[in-house]
Design a protein around this ligand. Structure first.
Ligand code: SF4
Length: 246
């Protein structure tokens, strides 16, 4: 199949293409994730609504990950979405895996392709996939319903908060767990303005923890996971995390 061949949207009975191309590393060399399968998706899926996008401080825009991400975005690495789905379905039962160390859920920019998400939920059956999204999700929308369905069906979609107040608004949607960016020097758990507990990602604090041993982001949970701003542009990201970008 050509890299950009359309996959069938059976639910809508259309053949609208899912353009996102995704690379799946079966055993990641990333020390923060540990040796689990980790995917990377083309940058065209990143929403304009994400304040870290377009040199706004995204951790994935620098270092070795940026080089890999560029290759995927230029279709020099990775597979068409339908082939990626087959690879996910072939993972062992119970496998913890992380979707999108860079990139977002299928759909151009701010758009969430809910059919493509449903297909990924189906491919993930029996596995423990988790991901994060910065797509803007309106309360009561069909996109919100699709994310709620994913979270109820074993594929964990964390809503990514830009700052603690934004994390509260995302949690109010009640469609899935929430994560949030914290100031770069954060080392301890904290709370949101509405009093929700924020647990700092242990892999950012300890060398003996990785996603492979933690798995917190794959759980349906009330606690918000906090990530201190990191990467080459962490000061820019920190500006967002401190709420200064609004
Ligand atoms: S909280 Fe756990 S699962 Fe989530 S990113 Fe950190 S180490 Fe990985």
């Amino acid at each position: 199949m050509n890299a950009l061949s359309p996959i069938r949207h059976d639910i809508l009975n259309t053949t609208a293409p899912v353009m996102a191309q995704t690379h799946l590393t079966l055993k990641s060399g990333n020390v923060k994730t540990g040796p689990i399968p980790v995917s990377t998706t083309t940058a065209d899926t990143c929403p304009a609504a994400c304040p870290f996008n377009n040199k706004g401080g995204c951790y994935a825009a620098g270092g070795p990950l940026a080089i890999h991400w560029r290759k995927v975005t230029e279709n020099k690495a990775g597979k068409a979405y339908a082939d990626f789905l087959r690879d996910v379905a072939a993972l062992p039962d119970g496998q913890l895996w992380r979707h999108n160390q860079a990139g977002d859920l299928a759909g151009q920019g701010d758009t969430l392709d809910t059919v493509a998400l449903g297909q990924l939920v189906t491919a993930n059956r029996g596995k423990r996939g988790f991901t994060y999204t910065h797509k803007p999700i309106a309360a009561g929308s069909h996109e919100a319903a699709a994310i709620a369905r994913a979270n109820a069906s074993g594929f964990t979609v964390n809503l990514s908060g830009n700052d603690l107040a934004h994390a509260d608004r995302l949690a109010d949607l009640a469609i899935g767990p929430v994560v949030v960016v914290l100031p770069a020097d954060a080392t301890e758990n904290t709370v949101t303005p509405q009093g929700r507990k924020v647990v700092i990602c242990p892999a950012t604090q300890r060398d003996d923890v990785s996603c492979a041993t933690c798995g917190l982001c794959a759980l349906q949970r009330l606690a918000i996971v906090g990530f201190p701003a990191h990467g080459a542009s962490k000061r820019k990201a920190e500006t967002v995390a401190k709420g200064a970008a609004h």
